[in-house]
Design a protein around this ligand. Structure first.
Ligand code: CO8
Length: 261
């Protein structure tokens, strides 16, 4: 594994732990951090030993306080478009790596930080987390998928209110509107994320990954095409040793012992 400056990475028993690490700038996403995250995601996607990924921010204040405003301040329209496309491609990659990704949101998740959390499969928030899309207060629109993922996640009406007002909401409100799956005390955030990762890892990994692919593919298409895709991946499961093990364990009234094959 490559060593990065702005992104810390550790693996522990099948969990890949990414910590975004620019605490002095509240982990704001500059080009260097994004380039490193891009490279790290490529490495993780190829690493079969990693079953679940957790992403968090370093320090106790921020998950990610957005794209780096200082870096963006004087860019040209063409540079802005290129930067937006670069970030979008990385978040698409994150959304579609084979492994499930849990965002452990430890503080501010604003702008690009909220967009990053939304590109993850599951969001767990610390009770200190705060969310928002403050871009219109800076004279821009969200550029890393926020105008698209937010309405898909919480519905068009609520998304538009957050986008138009630039309001910051707390973890309770984020939970109420479905932006996060659950809230835990700040000191329990990482242990809760790891417990959830372990629960997922106890299941058949190929099936988990095919669920991810089916949901992602289906959400980007019509129901009929999504269901057709589901039939294909459902059939594919019967090529796996884990399907045989899972079903024979059920019939034999014992716990399955999956080999991830
Ligand atoms: N970019 C750069 N630096 C930042 C950012 C940021 N987004 N957020 C915080 N920082 C820096 C501050 O400048 C400060 O640095 P310094 O100590 O050198 O002055 C340090 O982090 C600490 O921040 P504060 O002193 O402001 O801390 P507070 O506790 O007072 O406030 C806040 C915390 C409320 C989070 C505040 O820092 C803030 O409002 N940050 C900006 C939040 C924001 O507007 N985010 C959206 C950015 S735009 C975006 O994400 C668009 C994404 C798509 C881009 C597409 C490009 C084409």
């Amino acid at each position: 594994m490559t060593t990065y400056n702005n992104v810390l990475y550790q693996t522990d028993n099948g969990i890949g732990m990414i910590t975004l690490n620019r605490p002095k700038a509240l982990n704001a996403l500059n080009s260097e951090l994004l380039t490193e995250l891009n490279g790290l995601l490529d490495e993780i996607a190829q690493d079969d030993s990693v079953k679940v990924v957790i992403i968090t921010g370093s320090g106790d204040k921020a998950f990610v306080a957005g794209a780096d405003i200082a870096e963006m301040q004087n860019i040209s329209p063409l540079e802005g478009r290129a930067f937006g496309k670069f970030g979008q491609a990385i978040f698409n990659k994150l959304e579609n790596i084979p492994q499930p990704v849990i965002a452990a949101v430890n503080g501010f998740a604003l702008g690009g930080g909220c967009e990053l959390a939304m590109a993850c499969d599951i969001r767990i928030a610390s009770d200190k987390a705060k969310f928002g899309q403050p871009e219109v207060g800076l004279g821009i629109v969200p550029g890393f998928g926020g105008t698209q993922r937010l309405p898909r996640l919480i519905g068009k009406g609520r998304a538009k209110e957050l986008l138009y007002t630039a309001d910051m909401i707390n973890a309770e409100e984020a939970y109420r509107i479905g932006l996060v799956n659950r809230i835990v005390a700040a000191e329990e955030l990482l242990s809760t994320a790891k417990e959830l990762a372990e629960k997922i890892m106890a299941r058949a990994q190929a099936a988990v990954q095919l669920c991810k692919a089916a949901v992602n593919t289906g959400m980007d298409t019509d129901l009929e095409s999504g269901i057709a895709y589901e039939a294909e991946v459902f059939g594919l499961c019967f090529a796996s040793a884990d399907q045989k093990e899972g079903m024979s364990a059920f019939i034999g009234k014992r716990k399955p012992n999956f080999s991830n094959k």
